[in-house]
Write a protein that binds this ligand. Structure first.
Ligand code: C2E
Ligand code: MG
Ligand code: MG
Ligand code: MG
Length: 279
C-alpha cells in the first residue's frame, strides 16, 4: 500500500519536471548575471544586393557564456521574454548596435550601412519604447536613417493606434521598419498597407524549398509581387544556394541574406569584408 502510494506520488513530484524547472531557474539567474557582466555580444550578418554587394547587416545577439561558450538566441530569447529580462536585453542590443553604427561613421565602406535590430513584442509594447530608441541614438550619435527595427507579425497582431503612432514618430526621424519572418504568422494583408513599413523579410522556411515545392514558390512569387505593388523592399532570408538566389532574382527580389553570402559573425568580420585594404 505504502509502495503504491509512493508510486502514485511520482506523478506529482515528477523528477524530470523538477529538473527542468531547476535548469530553467538556473539559466535565468545566469542570464541575469550575464547581462550585468557584459557577456552579451552582437554578431552581424550581411544583407546584400543582387550583385552581392553588402548594403546592410542584421544584428543578432549572442551570449558568451563563461562555461558553455557562444550561445545562440534560440536558447535564451524566449526565457528572456517570459521573465521580463528582454527589456534590459533589448535596451542593451539597441545601444550596442547604435554604438557600432556611430563607430562606422566616416569609415569607407562602412559609413552608409543600415543595421537591422530585432525587437521583441514585450519590448515594443513599453509605453516609452520610442523614447528608448531615441535615447540610444542620441547617446551614441548614430544616424536614425541607418537604424532599422525588425518587428514580427505576432507583435503586430493586436496592433492599435498606439502601435502606429510609435512607428510613425520614429519614422519621422528616419528610423526604418521591417516585418520579419513574413508569411509564418497571422499574415493579414491589410496591415501591410496600414502600417508604416519599409521592408518585409520573406521567412527562410519559404526560401528553403522554393525550387522543389510549388506551393512555396507560389508564396514567394506572391509576396514579391504584393510587396512591390505596395512599394516595400523585400529581403529574402536564408538564401543558401545559387539556384535559390537565381529564382528570387528572376522574380524581382533585390536584397538577400543567408549563408550563401555570409554567416552571422563578430563586427570585425564585416569590417574586414568592407574596408579597403590599407595601402
Ligand atoms: P531572425 O531575426 O529571423 O534572424 C535570422 C536567423 O536566421 C538568424 O538566427 C540567422 O543566423 C539565421 N540564418 C541566416 N541565414 C541563414 C541561412 O542561410 N540558413 C539558415 N539555416 N539560417 C540562417 P539566429 O541568430 O539564431 O537568431 C534566431 C532568432 O532569434 C532571430 O530570427 C530573432 O527572431 C531572434 N533574435 C536574434 N537576436 C535578437 C535580439 O537582439 N533581440 C530579439 N528580440 N530577438 C533576437
Ligand atoms: Mg530578424
Ligand atoms: Mg527572420
Ligand atoms: Mg526567425
Amino acid at each position: 500500500q505504502a509502495k503504491a502510494a509512493g508510486r502514485n506520488s511520482v506523478r506529482f513530484f515528477d523528477p524530470g519536471l523538477l529538473e527542468q524547472m531547476r535548469a530553467r531557474a538556473q539559466l535565468e539567474g545566469e542570464l541575469r548575471r550575464g547581462l550585468v557582466q557584459q557577456e552579451l555580444l552582437l554578431y552581424y550578418q550581411p544583407v546584400v544586393d543582387g550583385g552581392g554587394a553588402i548594403i546592410g547587416a542584421e544584428a543578432l545577439v549572442r551570449w558568451q557564456h563563461p562555461v558553455r561558450g557562444v550561445v545562440g538566441p534560440g536558447e535564451f530569447i524566449e526565457l528572456a521574454e517570459r521573465t521580463g529580462l528582454i527589456l534590459a536585453l533589448g535596451d542593451w542590443v539597441l545601444q550596442a548596435a547604435c554604438t557600432r553604427l556611430a563607430r562606422w561613421a566616416g569609415r569607407p565602406g562602412l559609413d552608409a550601412l543600415v543595421v537591422s535590430v530585432n525587437v521583441s513584442a514585450r519590448q515594443f509594447r513599453q509605453p516609452d519604447f520610442a523614447a528608448r530608441v531615441r535615447q540610444a541614438l542620441r547617446a551614441s550619435g548614430a544616424r536614425p536613417r541607418q537604424l532599422r527595427l525588425e518587428l514580427t507579425e505576432s507583435l503586430l497582431l493586436n496592433e492599435t493606434e498606439e502601435t502606429i503612432a510609435k512607428m510613425e514618430s520614429l519614422r519621422a526621424e528616419g528610423v526604418g521598419f521591417s516585418l520579419d519572418d513574413f508569411g509564418t504568422g497571422y499574415s493579414s494583408l491589410s496591415y501591410l498597407k496600414r502600417l508604416p513599413l519599409d521592408q518585409i523579410k520573406i521567412d527562410r522556411a519559404f526560401v528553403r524549398d522554393v525550387l522543389g515545392e510549388p506551393n512555396d514558390a507560389a508564396i514567394v512569387r506572391t509576396i514579391l509581387a504584393l510587396a512591390h505593388s505596395l512599394d516595400l523592399q523585400v529581403v529574402a532570408e536564408g538564401v543558401e544556394t545559387t539556384s535559390q538566389l537565381e529564382f528570387l532574382r528572376q522574380h524581382g527580389c533585390r536584397a538577400f541574406q543567408g549563408y550563401l553570402f555570409g554567416r552571422p559573425a563578430p563586427a570585425e568580420a564585416l569590417e574586414q569584408a568592407l574596408q579597403p585594404a590599407p595601402a
